[in-house]
Design a protein. Structure first.
Length: 123
């Protein structure tokens, strides 16, 4: 699949895997609350990149799904912030993830700008 060549996909997928695994370090009572929300939002970052790429024949559809991916990235960042504030003793791996999601958000935003400006060359 061609979308696998996209850097934002590769980074988002690796972050999803790390986030999923790290979420199980939360206290047991958070595994199905905040942990579940974190896992779902991090998966949504990747899923929207893939779904958007499947619609890349239509510029606005593609951009719309990239924006959804960016929004899910922001949601993931928020859940990580909540975890960091609620569980400071175990927050180090979540801080690292938050930094990586911050960088990914900037990359997704730059990619959206690239698609908007270079659509004719993109297809």
């Amino acid at each position: 699949m061609v979308f696998r060549k996209l850097e934002i996909y590769q980074v988002a997928y690796e972050l999803f895997l790390k986030t999923h695994r790290t979420s199980f370090k939360l206290p047991k009572y958070e595994l199905y609350e905040l942990g579940s929300q974190l896992r779902r939002s991090s998966e949504s970052v990747v899923a929207n990149i893939v779904e958007g790429y499947g619609r890349n024949r239509y510029k606005q559809e593609y951009i719309r799904f990239l924006v959804f991916s960016h929004s899910s990235n922001n949601e993931t960042f928020l859940h990580l912030e909540e975890i960091i504030d609620l569980y400071p003793k175990t927050s180090e791996p979540f801080k690292e993830l938050q930094t990586q999601y911050d960088i990914l958000g900037a990359r997704i935003n730059k990619y959206i700008q690239y698609v908007e400006k270079n659509w004719n060359d993109f297809k």
